[in-house]
Ligand binder design. Structure first.
Ligand SMILES: [Zn+2]
Length: 863
């Protein structure tokens, strides 16, 4: 045995190597075609065959720049720069004739998108856009982007010439360079000399946070609508300049899965024209024929859905085109080669080849169906395809909340927004809170988004209160209704809006300015302003002594919300010569309104120097990161402070917890953790944490970490989590007999997949200062806290009536949620434990409750 074993090992190893060599022989990129010798192939440029290695971002970009130099059929355009300084580009590919006239072609295509009724589709090329590597560790796709571009511009012959004459192909070779390079650097640093296809080996086991996400650990394939990140902002600006008829988003999935070809699962977004399905099917069948011939394994109608409009596979559809998805098996664990569960060696070479084959097939199918696709597009953006009877959505003009941010976001998608120039009453105005209709009064300045515009698919998809689908197990969240997500005061109406309006023709800017400069007594910044937390961070940086009003107050007819910042001149006496200038500067830089007061005596509420106004000092904050914490919610919390608040916090690895001196920190912030935190810290570390809280620390547990801090999960506090009652064990639930094939659907419906619950907020508690008294909490899972007298319940799901505002939740889950708390403060010694069971800034667009985290970190240590 002893001798045989090494031989067996050698045999297995050489089989792996053979498998990889075989892959290069088997998966050749159309070697039967003739290629223009003046155009450099990826292999010549890189010095290795595609699939032998991963290619860095800069090499991929350099290759496309080389093609731009060598060919008149390709031009390469910069559209943005990532957080880490990597440039983003897209390539435009077409025939030399078309490229000589490309600006006119582009303008004509945009004209079709904007004025479909009066624009003809005749003699237009079809615009096909292909996006690669939005998920950085799905790394085969950027490799195939190079070969696909090369194939299109270098291959001779009538077929390719016909394609280029009848299409404009846009290739975005790498949507997420920061994530991809993170993966590629990691992979190269982990790989062994000898090829290792065992999925358990280091080179197949990526480290936290992985390369999927961008610099701030955000999934860019959820950001196509919200445009939080520069990658999305730049891409959508470019997208809107082109408005393609066809879009394919290239991904990878687990390495045991075969290639996913369109179409996806049903149901889907019912706003879309009915023909969408058939077109997705046509593209899937086109690629399927090629895959059959090459003996490549694939599957269609798999579990991917196309609801959430922030995907690269859905956004193009609500922009009028055919949005599509491709998923190659491989992903982060694919390495250069990996052994699948049936013993097959899946190589990087094959992954590159499969995507290449699909990409070429997309162009072929698009050109073969050019007229039909242009007609579909023309119809989608026309009024004739509009569904439902909503005539307009109306947003109250609120300069404090997220309204301006939302208007600016919509403008980036070329949505037409009008502003009322006079007050008006609107019949059949429907409330997002309860769905009831009334005649509602609106004022001059309120924003009106009418649905009789080319972007109606997009507008309706974003603003409908409830998605038009039946009960269904969703791949992603089940609501994204904009007024709920941003907690805006809004309405929809089924009547036409007759008021006179003007177009919003430039981005809105949050108000700034200083009222009563040279104030004798104090400066005040109302805490309900969108950027008030950023102003506090800036005041701390400038060395100001700041108080936060513990109660609201009013002066000369104006009311200031609890939490408002008070800078007393007498308590910043050493700065008396510069304070007026500093406040001016602060106002302009941060976009807040600052108001000067010559007296401390207020009309109602508290006086400015009342003992109810608490000094708030700059806290030292630890954000826990690394496993088992979710990189997504960690990234959102980090982004909230690093970008939106410009307040620096420390990110501490869970494994380094024993190295830090807790006493140095005022606040510890714990992101979500799916399975709770059992086993992460030792008993003595948990005891240290408790003492730290009792000595005045503020411990914030969000999502699963919050649930873990309850009596039932860890005993850290005596706060109780609601558990659905165990049913009588002698009675058998009918569901126990659910057929195997139905189990996923039936039990999947018991989950809450990211739904909006109506919530009441106690905004007299410092945790909710600056918030309105109600909001929509985004609920995943069924955890809820049972309120009690010693606990400060700050946010809870409504007790009466319908608790679900939008999305899906079973009857039982809805009943159970009523009256339960998701936001609460538990006093422990002189410190506090803050529970935030629902995500407060999901993907940085469900941000209605986000002020709670800022308050917990910045204000609570002072209260
Ligand atoms: Zn992906």
């Amino acid at each position: 045995m002893k001798r045989i074993l090494p031989i067996l090992v050698l045999l297995v190893l050489s089989m792996q190597v053979f498998a990889q060599q075989d892959a290069f022989e088997r998966f050749q990129f159309h070697p039967d075609l003739n290629y223009d010798q003046d155009i450099t192939s990826p292999q010549e440029f890189l010095g290795y065959e595609l699939g032998a290695e991963y290619t860095f971002h800069h090499q991929v970009m350099d290759y496309f720049k080389q093609l731009d130099e060598e060919s008149d059929k390709l031009s390469f355009h910069k559209y943005g720069t990532t957080y880490e300084g990597r440039d983003l580009y897209y390539a435009v590919i077409s025939s030399e004739d078309n490229m000589g006239n490309i600006e006119a072609i582009r303008t004509a295509n945009v004209e079709l998108a904007n004025n479909p009724e009066s624009t003809s589709t005749e003699d237009k090329p079809v615009v096909v856009w292909m996006s690669y590597n939005v998920h950085g560790n799905e790394a085969s796709s950027s490799e195939s982007a190079m070969q696909t571009a090369y194939r299109l511009i270098a291959a001779s012959g009538n077929e390719t010439a016909n394609w280029l004459q009848n299409s404009v192909v846009i290739i975005d070779p790498m949507i997420n360079p920061d994530g991809r390079d993170r993966y590629v650097y990691w992979y190269k640093s982990s790989r062994a000399n000898i090829l290792n296809t065992d999925a358990n080996d280091l080179e197949h086991d990526e480290i936290w946070p992985g390369g999927r996400t961008n610099h701030y650990w955000f999934d860019l394939n959820r950001d196509w609508v919200w445009l939080v990140h520069p990658e999305s902002q730049g891409r959508i600006a470019a997208y809107q300049e082109w408005m393609p008829q066809v879009h394919m988003d290239f991904h990878e999935q687990g390495f045991n899965n075969n290639y996913f070809l369109m179409p996806g699962t049903t149901p889907r977004n019912r706003e879309l024209p009915d023909a969408y399905e058939d077109w997705a099917d046509t593209f899937g069948r086109g690629a399927g024929e090629e895959f059959d011939k090459a003996k490549l394994n694939y599957a269609t109608r798999e579990s991917f859905d196309f609801f959430y409009p922030g995907y690269g596979s859905s956004y193009p559809s609500v922009m009028g085109g055919i949005g599509m998805l491709a998923e190659q098996g491989g992903h982060s664990r694919g390495g250069r080669a990996v052994t699948t569960d049936d013993g097959y060696v899946l190589t990087l070479r094959q992954r590159v080849f499969d995507h290449y084959l699909n990409g070429v097939s997309i162009v072929k199918t698009a050109v073969e169906n050019k007229e039909g696709l242009l007609d579909y597009f023309k119809n989608s953006v026309s009024q004739s395809s509009q569904k439902g009877n909503t005539r307009a959505y109306i947003l109250k003009n609120n300069a404090n909340d997220y309204t301006y941010q939302v208007v600016n976001m919509l403008r980036k998608h070329n949505v037409q927004i009008e502003r009322a120039t006079e007050d008006f009453n609107q019949r059949n105005s429907y409330s997002y809170w309860d769905g009831g209709s009334s005649t509602r009064s609106f004022e001059a300045g309120d924003f009106i988004i009418k649905t009789d515009q080319p972007k109606h698919l997009f507008v309706n998809t974003l603003f409908r209160k409830q998605l038009q689908i039946g009960d269904s197990v969703m791949y992603d969240m089940s609501t994204w209704s904009v007024p709920l997500a941003y907690n805006l005061d809004a309405a929809w109406t089924t009547n036409g809006v007759g008021v006179s309006t003007e177009m919003v023709s430039e981005d809105l800017v949050y108000p700034s300015g200083i009222d009563n400069n040279n104030a004798e007594y104090a400066y005040v910044i109302d805490w309900k302003q969108r950027h008030a937390p950023k102003a506090l961070a800036e005041l701390w940086d400038m060395g100001y002594n700041v108080r936060s009003a513990g109660r609201s107050f009013s002066y000369q007819g104006k009311t200031y919300t609890a939490g408002s910042l008070v800078v007393l001149v007498g308590r910043n006496y050493e700065k008396r010569d510069m304070i007026d200038n500093d406040m001016q500067k602060l106002s302009e830089e941060v976009n807040v309104v600052v108001e000067g007061f010559d007296t401390g005596r207020m009309d109602t509420g508290m006086d400015l120097a009342s003992s109810d106004s608490e000094p708030v000092q700059k806290p030292k904050v630890a954000l826990m990161i690394d496993s088992p914490f979710s990189s997504y919610t960690a990234g959102q919390l980090w982004f909230l402070f690093d970008q939106w608040t410009e307040f620096g916090i420390d990110r501490i690895r869970s494994g380094s917890f024993n190295r830090i001196d807790l006493a140095e920190y005022d606040v510890i912030l714990m992101p979500g953790a799916w399975g709770g935190l059992n086993g992460v810290w030792s008993e003595s570390q948990i005891e240290d944490l408790k003492s730290w809280v009792r000595n005045g620390g503020v411990l914030i547990g969000t999502e699963g970490s919050g649930s873990w801090l309850t009596k039932d999960r860890s005993g850290f506090t005596n706060v109780e989590l609601f558990e659905a009652e165990d049913e009588d064990s002698t009675e058998i639930d009918d569901k126990a007999y659910t057929r195997y094939e139905d189990r996923e659907d039936v039990f999947g419906l018991e989950r809450i997949p990211g739904s909006a619950f109506k919530a009441i907020v106690d905004n007299s508690n410092p945790l909710a200062f600056g918030l309105p008294d109600r909001l929509y909490s985004l609920k995943f899972g069924d955890d809820g806290i049972i309120p009690n007298n010693s606990l400060h319940t700050v946010g809870y799901y409504v007790n009466e009536g319908e608790v679900l505002a939008s999305g899906y939740a079973s009857e039982e889950n809805r009943e159970n949620a009523k009256g339960k708390a998701f936001a609460a403060v538990h006093n422990m010694g002189s410190g506090k434990v803050v529970f935030l069971l629902d995500n407060t800034q999901y993907r940085m667009f469900w941000v209605g409750p986000s002020r709670m985290v800022q308050n917990a970190v910045m204000l609570l240590p002072g209260f």
